[in-house]
Design a protein around this ligand. Structure first.
Ligand SMILES: Nc1ncnc2c1ncn2[C@@H]1O[C@H](COP(=O)(O)OP(=O)(O)OP(=O)(O)O)[C@@H](O)[C@H]1O
Ligand SMILES: [Mg+2]
Length: 258
């Protein structure tokens, strides 16, 4: 199963990605988590030791040059758009607690947008991970899916849009839904996070009629505290683990239906 997680900044994408990774791994699945957010913090959230020592793929100029033919920052009229990537997961995955992790890193967007060798390598790598690998892949993305190409989008079994009970978050979800339709991605579902009351839940459901809700995650102050004290979030709150376990079950049952 290939799951991509998106939503407005700060809604809880990384927490959901890390808890789902943990629950899939504990249930015996082989899990590959991909941090595709330029402000990577999935490693820390998963409790990886020394997350600051993990070098993102986008910060490996030698590798980028070797595979695409062009060094980042170098002026070039041509670089390989389909570089070899199938050996990269084994070489550059980090592993901790039964979860394998790849950190993609930040692409400096120049005047030419994303038309650069580092982006070519990352795109090829993400597409490879989604298409050619048979483990559960969980992709923690930035707020948006613009950078998901059509080929990549097709490989995603479920795009989870995380929302919180706020109007802006719901608006972002609508924008993502529209973009997803544009690139042919249909399996979209929503997770409501930071839910404090039945009224919050009803706000989300009534703001997004016709949308599939995979589940809800309660607001828990313990998560905020863990974040403040730099503790791994995966162990911070029993309530949230229970909520994400229910989302995991919902994912499995929708996957079986398809
Ligand atoms: N259920 C929750 N209860 C309480 N606080 C939460 C909850 N979920 C997330 N938070 C708070 O929101 C912060 C952001 O969560 P997280 O990093 O998972 O969001 P994100 O969508 O990945 O953010 P970014 O867009 O910055 O990557 C957490 O550090 C935590 O303080
Ligand atoms: Mg995040």
């Amino acid at each position: 199963m290939k799951i991509a997680i998106t939503g407005k900044g700060g809604v809880g994408k990384t927490i959901l990605a890390s808890l789902l990774s943990r629950i899939f791994a504990e249930s015996g699945y082989s899990v590959l988590a991909i941090d595709a957010d330029p402000d990577s913090n999935l490693a820390a959230t998963l409790g990886f030791p020394h997350p600051e020592k993990i070098t993102p793929i986008s910060e490996m100029p030698d590798l980028i040059e070797e595979r695409t033919g062009v060094r980042p920052g170098q002026a070039a009229t041509y670089f390989r758009l389909n570089p070899k990537v199938d050996d990269l997961p084994e070489k550059y995955c980090q592993e901790y607690n039964g979860i394998r992790l790849m950190v993609m890193g930040r692409i400096k967007k120049g005047g030419s947008g994303c038309y650069c060798p580092e982006n070519a390598l990352l795109q090829a790598l993400v597409t490879h991970l989604l298409l050619a690998r048979d483990e559960v892949v969980i992709l923690d993305m930035e707020a948006g899916i613009e950078h998901l190409g059509r080929a990549t989008a097709k490989a995603v079994d479920k795009l989870i849009v995380v929302v919180e009970p706020s109007r802006r978050s719901v608006e972002t979800a609508y924008r993502i839904d529209k973009l997803a339709q544009d690139i042919g991605l249909q399996n979209i579902a929503v997770v409501g996070n930071k839910v404090r009351s039945q009224a919050d839940r009803e706000f989300l459901i009534s703001s997004m009629p016709g949308v599939e809700f995979l589940g809800f995650i309660a607001y828990d102050q313990a998560i905020v505290e863990a974040d403040l004290h730099n503790l791994p979030l995966v162990d911070a709150s029993q309530q949230i683990i229970t909520d994400v376990r229910n989302i995991f079950k919902a994912l499995l049952s929708t996957a079986q239906v398809q």
